[in-house]
Design a protein around this ligand. Structure first.
Ligand code: A3P
Length: 326
């Protein structure tokens, strides 16, 4: 096992300098790997997932483009799947940030040696990932006999604003780099050079796969979830093979999960006001930075008319004929 890891790691070191690169958001560069723009760490993680990760057909993935509601989706999946196990008054989400409830595949797999621990995880295993659909190993993860995915995406204007503010407030951009202005961030995003981007290709990959394989991929939009949380949490539970029973519905269990995972509730908890989440030794985020406004349409406070026009046009062109709209 260690040998396989070492081999991939050496391959990564060889391949990285040969990849096309562009200005990065957090690190100096993003690299284009198999059509998508990834940080160096994400290239390594994706290669490890491709060569080394052993998926199980029962695995469940919360898949998202960054800043599309990953924190929320993680909380909802965790709470829904484990609802008979925990009392509300002592629920782990009251004392653990949603990112700590189950592993983020990319950072987990990069931590040497920890991969073998995965085999001991209870079934079904839950993971979160940003890896684009087409980059996941076809045999074990995608396709008819592959894993289950819940995909959550969001209007690209809100994603851009959320992302730009996130890298500025949590100071995760490398210190020796100059600050990234909104204009620069906008350009990079529109060109597709954002983490795991292009954003539109990320969304389209999962969208098309969800049409071909609706039993394996549930495609959700942040805006819909915000509008009708009860409808979508019920759908989520059904999709994951754990539909709410009539009794649970009568008890208000769906409402309870929605409330537990709501922005208002999670962001007011001590752990999310003052705690931090350590993705790995280099990347630590203050939990409060995962919760900013949690609203639809905050882009109106940041983007100029011209920016809006341009990004809307890109969205229209990219999604044309796909049946998907934002
Ligand atoms: P804003 O920056 O627009 O407020 P991610 O979790 O993928 O990093 O996405 C972050 C975005 O999701 C942020 O958006 C954040 O405020 C919002 N968010 C976090 N928790 C949420 C929740 N429980 N409900 C709704 N939105 C949430």
């Amino acid at each position: 096992e260690d040998e396989a890891y070492q081999k991939t790691y050496e391959k990564y070191r060889d391949i990285l300098p040969t990849l096309p690169k562009e200005k990065g958001w957090l690190t100096e560069y993003l690299f284009q790997y198999q059509g998508f723009w990834l940080s160096p760490g994400a290239v390594k993680a994706t290669m490890l997932v491709q060569h080394y990760f052993r998926a199980q057909p029962t695995d469940i993935f919360a898949a998202t483009p960054p800043k599309s509601g990953t924190t929320w989706l993680r909380a909802l999946i965790f709470a829904t799947m484990n609802r008979t196990q925990f009392e509300l008054s002592t629920h782990p989400l009251l004392t653990t940030n949603p990112h700590g409830c189950f592993p983020y595949l990319e950072t987990f797999i990069c931590e040497d040696g920890s991969i073998s621990n995965l085999d001991t995880f209870p079934c079904p295993r839950l993971f979160s990932t940003h890896i684009p659909y087409s980059l996941l190993p076809a045999e074990s993860m995608t396709g008819v006999s592959g894993c289950t995915f819940v995909y959550l995406c969001r209007n690209p204007k809100d994603v851009l604003v959320s992302k730009w503010i996130f890298i500025n407030i949590n100071k995760s951009r490398h210190k020796q780099l100059p600050a990234l202005s909104l204009e620069e961030a906008f350009e990079l995003f529109c060109q597709g050079t954002s983490h795991y981007g292009s954003f539109w290709e990320h969304v389209l990959g999962y969208w098309k796969a969800s049409l071909e394989n609706p039993k394996k991929i549930l495609f959700l939009k942040y805006e819909d979830l915000k509008n009708e949380p009860l409808v979508y949490v019920k759908r989520l539970a059904e999709f994951l093979g754990k539909p709410f029973t009539p009794e649970e519905e009568r008890n208000g269990d769906v409402e309870e999960i929605v409330r537990l995972c709501s922005f208002e509730n999670l962001s007011s908890l001590e752990i999310n006001k003052h705690g931090e989440h350590r993705f790995n030794s280099e990347y630590v985020v203050n939990n409060r930075d995962f919760f900013r406004k949690g609203q639809v349409g905050d882009w109106k406070n940041y983007l100029t008319d011209e920016m809006v026009k341009r990004i809307d046009q890109i969205t229209e062109e990219k999604l044309y004929g796909s049946g998907l709209r934002f």
